[in-house]
Design a protein around this ligand. Structure first.
Ligand code: 9D3
Length: 225
């Protein structure tokens, strides 16, 4: 799968994509990452990407022309499995279900908003989807785009090994959180790992974990059934 990121901070992505699953997947060719500087599609001396909002108000809004020009240069013709996604605080909520839908595409082009917003014509006439990663205020779409790339990339074939299978994860199988985990030492500062996990009784362990996951989900995430 090919990911394109359109941003005014191309250097931002040097960090997030240098480590872990995404970096490894890019190395062995399961995915390609292409970071594009939005200012490449400006034509004035100051490489202007933003302007003041019509109707007045605080801050600046990303202009439509460089964004349309960029997307239309990257994809002169858009096929059915190429999706343009605008990351914005006003988008539909990004979830594991949305990640699975996006993973079915050949290419994604993620537009990172900045400033107070993006000219609405980008959402209306250019993007296939407008996505938010959650109900909190970020200072731009870059961090959100990195989140989307990570969540989608690990669903691609061969990116995450079978030992850490993606089919059995929280939210994916039963809408429940993972069970809590412990490792050595069995006694740390007097806080003991549950005896059952050291018992070697795998039927008991399975039962206990199911119950622990249920209790933790009810406590932390009563919204999940
Ligand atoms: C402070 C300005 N806000 C109210 C007037 C609106 C606003 C504009 C731009 C709020 C956030 C942003 C920048 N955020 C994103 O571009 C963004 C985002 C987010 O803030 N939260 C969750 N997901 C996303 S995806 C992109």
């Amino acid at each position: 799968m090919k990911f394109h990121l359109l941003t005014i901070f191309p250097d931002f992505f040097e960090g997030p994509f240098k480590y872990g699953v995404v970096a490894r997947a890019a190395e062995f060719g399961a995915l390609e990452l292409h970071v594009h500087d939005l200012r490449n599609w400006t034509h004035d001396l100051h490489r202007t990407v933003d302007d003041r909002p019509f109707g007045g108000g605080e801050g600046m809004v990303l202009k439509p022309e460089p964004i349309f020009d960029a997307v239309e240069t990257i994809w002169p013709q858009r096929g059915g499995k190429q999706k343009v996604i605008l990351l914005s605080a006003q988008g539909r909520k990004f979830t594991q279900q949305v990640a699975r839908e996006l993973a079915a595409n050949q290419e994604l082009l993620l537009i990172c908003g900045r400033y107070e917003g993006v000219d609405e014509r980008v959402a209306q006439h250019l993007a296939d989807e407008e996505l938010s990663i959650g109900d909190y205020v970020l200072s731009g779409g870059e961090l959100a785009a990195a989140v989307v790339v990570d969540a989608v990339a690990r669903l691609l074939p061969g990116v995450v090994g079978n030992h850490e299978s993606t089919v059995n994860e929280s939210f994916e199988d039963d809408g429940m959180l993972d069970c809590p985990q412990w490792t050595r030492p069995a006694d740390f500062r007097g806080w003991k790992a549950p005896d059952v996990l050291l018992s070697g009784n795998h039927a008991e362990i399975r039962k206990w974990r199911k119950q622990a996951a249920l209790e933790k989900t009810a406590r932390q995430r009563p919204d999940l059934r």
